[in-house]
Design a protein around this ligand. Structure first.
Ligand SMILES: Cc1ncc(COP(=O)(O)O)c(C=O)c1O
Length: 463
């Protein structure tokens, strides 16, 4: 690097450092931040993101700057009610004081761990999770994201099977429309062709059965047994989030548990999106009283302050990692910043009965959305969900786009899905107030009226 570039780089970093230290920006600074942000995304992040934002928002330059509770503000101070919930991370809302306090307290004496000594907060968090997770789940492995949690869970399942049978063909069965992450292993058990095809060959030995169909799982395992194809585990989401808030039949997971035991395979529950109260219980599995052998988590686990992922397993299964505890590892996993955030998050979740709030507020929201869907049955196909994970399915994708655009321009952020552009997701924080929900519902009512008008005039933009 030549001296001139070094000085320019220093000016650039100083500019960002000065800006980030301000909670309020002057008018000139606001404009500069938007200009820089668009230029930087275009030239150095990914111009495709700008195009995408242009299509879903009425002002694609909307650049976020601050947040608290259930709302965030763009650099110009426009406030949005967050009904996307960061695709599941904001169960406690934005910058929950208990989590922020925990992280600040930890930061005052240590940020990251030495990697060699024993870090106490990792121990406290692991103990805490063993106390609050279903069945005999006890030992935790901490990582940094949901996809890593699933990668690790699958490796543990394979290692457990390998130690029992010394067989190389340790397959995994997953479900159609599943979403478990985008790193190669998790992608291999995810169900959307568009994300999978460009990356073939994926991890071998994966089979799919229809989600919600326990008999199909039983039949597939019978076939695997017949042809000599060994399966290590079955992986499934308690509710399929990315697929559009798809609920399984009420007896599905009880049957899954029985079938996995019958065929001596492990059951991995992917609670990355459903965990920490989202479904109205602390874990999705608690809705059906079923205990998996391995459970993965992420998203809301760090209280939406510091990212953290985890998989937790029974002693019988996790023992496979005892002999060589570094057979699976990651540098930042279980670092003090992340574990202090997760301890703060769990404390707030239990203290404020976040699952109970999710159940009550989700029921209110779903009830009102169902009423709106009946009023606008020319636009809606379905409203479904559990707790604060609610899917609104429209009659076609253009309607869904128009609704999300209309809501964004009215100051409500809402999520699409990775599978089905017909379906929009409402995943507000559980701490959202009834007044905020009523505001969202009123703005949705206005949006639906204008979308109906556009549709009648044939003016919906095709996507
Ligand atoms: C059920 C589920 N599993 C795994 C993941 C992947 O998590 P991450 O994006 O943190 O890798 C997601 C993300 O949406 C998810 O919903």
């Amino acid at each position: 690097m030549d001296e001139q570039m070094r000085l320019e780089a220093l000016r650039e970093s100083q500019k960002a450092l000065d800006l980030m230290s301000k909670s309020e920006l002057s008018r000139d600074e606001q404009e500069a931040v938007v200009r820089d942000c668009v230029t930087n995304f275009d030239g150095f992040v990914n111009p495709g993101i700008l195009e995408y934002r242009k299509s879903v928002s009425t002002d694609y330059t909307a650049v976020e700057w601050s947040d608290s509770g259930s709302t965030y503000r763009d650099v110009h101070g426009k406030e949005y009610i967050d009904c996307l919930g960061g695709f599941g991370i904001y169960m406690l809302g934005h910058r929950h004081p208990t989590v922020v306090k925990a992280v600040k307290a930890q930061l005052e004496h240590q940020a990251l761990h030495s990697q060699e000594l024993l870090d106490p907060m990792r121990g406290y968090l692991a103990h805490l999770l063993a106390m609050v997770t279903p069945g005999d789940l006890q030992y935790s492995f901490f990582c940094n994201s949901g996809t890593e949690a699933n990668e690790g869970a699958m490796k543990l399942a394979k290692l457990y099977a390998w130690r029992r049978k010394k067989d190389h063909s340790k397959g995994i069965i997953s479900t159609t429309c599943a979403f478990h992450g985008k790193s190669i292993g998790s992608l291999s058990v995810s169900g959307k062709a568009e994300f999978r095809r460009p990356f073939y060959p994926l991890v071998p030995g994966v089979r799919f059965v229809p989600y919600g169909d326990a008999d199909a799982l039983d039949k597939e395992l019978a076939i695997c047994d017949q042809v000599g194809f060994d399966i290590a585990a079955f992986i499934a989401e308690p509710i399929q989030g990315e697929a559009g808030a798809i609920l399984p039949p009420p007896d599905y997971f009880a049957k899954v548990r029985e079938i996995c035991d019958k065929w001596h395979i492990l059951f991995i529950a992917d609670e990355v999106q459903t965990g920490m109260g989202r479904t109205g219980k602390l874990w999705g599995m608690d809705n059906w009283g079923v205990a998996p052998d391995i459970m993965t988590m992420g998203k809301a686990l760090g209280g939406a302050v510091i990212p953290i992922g985890n998989f937790i397993a029974t002693p019988e299964v996790f023992e496979a990692f005892f002999e060589n505890p570094y057979i699976h590892s990651t540098t930042f996993g279980g670092n003090p910043m992340a574990t202090s955030a997760a301890i703060g998050a769990m404390h707030a979740t239990l203290e404020e009965d976040i699952p109970g709030q999710a159940a009550e507020k989700g029921a209110y929201l779903k009830g009102k959305l169902t009423e709106l869907a009946a009023q606008y049955d020319d636009l809606f196909a379905d409203v479904r969900g559990m707790g604060v994970i609610i899917g609104m399915e429209f009659r076609d994708a253009d309607i869904g786009y128009a609704v999300s655009q209309g809501l964004f321009s009215r100051g409500v952020l809402i999520g699409g899905t990775l599978f089905n552009s017909l379906t929009l997701r409402m995943q507000p924080p559980a701490i959202i107030t009834y007044a905020e929900m009523d505001t969202v519902l009123a703005r949705l009512g206005d949006t639906l009226a204008s979308v109906r008008e556009l549709a009648a005039q044939g003016e919906l933009i095709a996507h």
